[in-house]
Design a protein around this ligand. Structure first.
Ligand code: HEC
Ligand code: HEC
Ligand code: HEC
Length: 342
């Protein structure tokens, strides 16, 4: 890239901005999972994934189920949005804050953010995924042929495996940067998270933060993802951050906190992506920066911004599918967070 994308010149002031009001329908935040497809964290963690469940139980994703509703802020947001009744029963909050499951025929909040929020709803794949060739057969005894078939069937039924990085980490951005303008500007909700994928998946975030990292498949030790994978995560995280902030800008209809924060975050992500581009030659990174350069800040511009976000999504996906972290060592110099000694 010879010159920086125009996004780098954004001033953050919206006062002299032209308003284009062609009333395009802002694309809504991604829909929550169908509660009928959810098995719940106990189904995954009680017998099979005990170690992963133990990690999860200590994270904010799990503990907020008990603590969040007591916070004064919750009442304020609900009042601002004119929502009556508790947060757990409020549909606009459920998709991002709770595991919604069918209990006695009705969808109910049964946990905080749990396994299936990221690994996708398990009803249709949990049985085949946990069957190593009959009741008596343990995982270590499974034949390679059976394993291959089992994985293929599980994936066909909707399971997202950690190797499939793109669909797995897309879930993070659906919740952490998937806000409606109204939730933020009227409700007073935080506008989104400054989610940087390496630290957010591997390390601690926030003062009392417990890492969400669970890499326990190869033994009891909860390891960091290897540096090769972290490089890919970093670049993919920036691609997703750009995609989601640009989509959010496309949902903006008024000046205020929402559009300001999303513009600022998009700009920061673009700058970080430029740093990556200065270190390594990756065609998808260059293409994403070219797309980002097309962004013009104005309200009600979903028709212009969504195709840019879609193009960035396609590049991110393509990158994740073929990326070779071993060839990206130069990126280490610009990744803001490193694990302590594993
Ligand atoms: C698009 C997903 C999404 C929706 C919808 C959503 N939240 Fe949140 N909420 C989050 C995320 C993500 C965080 C954590 C942000 C962080 O810490 O980076 C959060 C944090 C919070 C916090 C703590 C932060 C603070 O402001 O003190 C409260 C309170 C809260 N949400 C209440 C609500 C209520 C009430 C609703 C329903 C009206 C709601 N949320 C809807 C995703 C969402
Ligand atoms: C279903 C929605 C949802 C998904 C999916 C999701 N999160 Fe969250 N996450 C939340 C909410 C809501 C909170 C805040 C809970 C609270 O503060 O009560 C949160 C909090 C966190 C925190 C703690 C932040 C802090 O300040 O301590 C981290 C770290 C985190 N999420 C990382 C991730 C990562 C990484 C992914 C993807 C692998 C992810 N999340 C996927 C909704 C989600
Ligand atoms: C917030 C999103 C999120 C939640 C919630 C979550 N996972 Fe994961 N999971 C991930 C990510 C991301 C990875 C890949 C981590 C990496 O490469 O560092 C992963 C990796 C895994 C792995 C492979 C590594 C290992 O430890 O064996 C398993 C198995 C797994 N998760 C099971 C679970 C189970 C069971 C739960 C619920 C108790 C759960 N996950 C909850 C996002 C999540």
């Amino acid at each position: 890239m010879k010159h920086g994308p125009p996004i780098a010149h954004w001033t953050g002031t919206w006062l002299c901005m032209a308003l284009f009001l062609f009333g395009g329908v802002a694309s809504a935040a991604p829909a929550a999972h169908d509660p009928a497809l959810i098995k719940g964290p106990e189904a995954c963690g009680k017998e099979c994934h005990k170690d992963e469940a133990a990690v999860w139980t200590a994270t904010r994703h799990a503990t907020s189920f008990r603590t969040l509703e007591q916070e004064k802020k919750v009442g304020e947001i609900l009042t601002n949005l004119g929502i009556k009744g508790g947060m757990r029963r409020a549909e606009p909050c459920q998709g991002c804050h709770y595991t919604m499951q069918m209990v006695e025929g009705r969808p109910q909040a049964t946990a905080g953010v749990s396994c299936e929020a990221c690994h996708h709803p398990a009803r249709d794949w949990s049985d085949v995924h946990g069957d190593y060739g009959g009741k008596e057969v343990k995982r270590e005894q499974e034949s390679p042929g059976h394993k291959q078939q089992r994985l293929a069937k599980s994936i066909a039924a909707g399971m997202v495996r950690p190797v499939d990085l793109y669909p797995l980490v897309r879930a993070c951005f659906d919740c952490h940067l998937g806000f409606e303008e109204k939730t933020v500007n009227t409700g007073g909700h935080v506008p989104g998270s400054l989610i940087e994928l390496v630290s957010w998946t591997q390390g601690k975030v926030g003062e009392d933060g417990k890492p969400i990292r669970h890499n326990l498949h190869q033994g009891k030790e909860n390891r960091y993802s290897p540096p090769e994978r972290r490089r890919v995560m970093y670049i993919l995280g920036l691609a997703l951050e750009l995609e989601y902030t640009i989509r959010a800008l496309g949902r903006a209809t008024q000046e205020g906190m929402f559009v300001q924060k999303m513009a600022k975050q998009a700009k920061q992500a673009a700058q970080r992506m430029k740093q990556v581009n200065e270190k390594v030659t990756v065609p998808e990174v260059a293409a994403i920066l070219a797309e980002t350069g097309k962004v013009k800040l104005k309200l009600n511009a979903g028709d212009e911004l969504n195709p840019i976000a879609d193009a960035i999504a396609a590049q991110g996906k393509a990158f994740a599918a073929r990326a070779d972290g071993a060839a990206l060592a130069a990126v280490d110099a610009v990744i803001p967070w490193y694990p302590e000694k594993p």
